[in-house]
Design a protein around this ligand. Structure first.
Ligand SMILES: [Zn+2]
Length: 135
């Protein structure tokens, strides 16, 4: 290929940006159709509004709805928004806890990951014990 591909870091940014955007579009469409099918008129209205609104406000709108049907999608969309922001700021792929680079293989599997595997395990362990009632 005659095309110069620039720095590797730049390629990776574009690669993950494209992946995150695709996934976000997919999630928005799922959420939109779920809302459109709703019997609640205000939800249907939000699904119509969401079509015209910018991407940024959409995740805020739906998170505020607090609906169990779309909660998982809404949370994932939030994580994707955050990951896209990190890409923009240049902090993407860096562990928020130990500040070390997150292995690319992990990011490929989970582009919204904010922690390296070690820190994630520690994080989940802490949170699991917090949410489990001690009997
Ligand atoms: Zn870490």
């Amino acid at each position: 290929m005659a095309l110069t591909t620039g720095s590797r870091g730049e390629d990776r940014t574009l690669h993950f940006k494209a992946r995150l955007r695709d996934r976000a579009d997919q999630l928005r469409e799922e959420i939109r159709s779920t809302l459109a099918r709703s019997n609640d008129e205000s939800h249907v209205r939000i699904s119509e509004l969401a079509r015209d609104e910018g991407d940024d406000s959409f995740s805020d709108l739906i998170v505020d709805l607090n609906l169990s049907d779309i909660d998982r999608d809404a949370q994932e969309l939030r994580r994707i928004d955050a990951a896209l922001l990190r890409l923009k700021e240049g902090t993407f792929g860096r562990c928020v806890d130990c500040d070390q680079p997150i292995p690319v293989a992990r990011l490929e599997a989970e582009p919204t990951a904010v922690r390296c595997i070690g820190c994630q395990e520690r994080y989940e362990k802490t949170h699991a014990t917090q949410s489990t009632p001690t009997l």
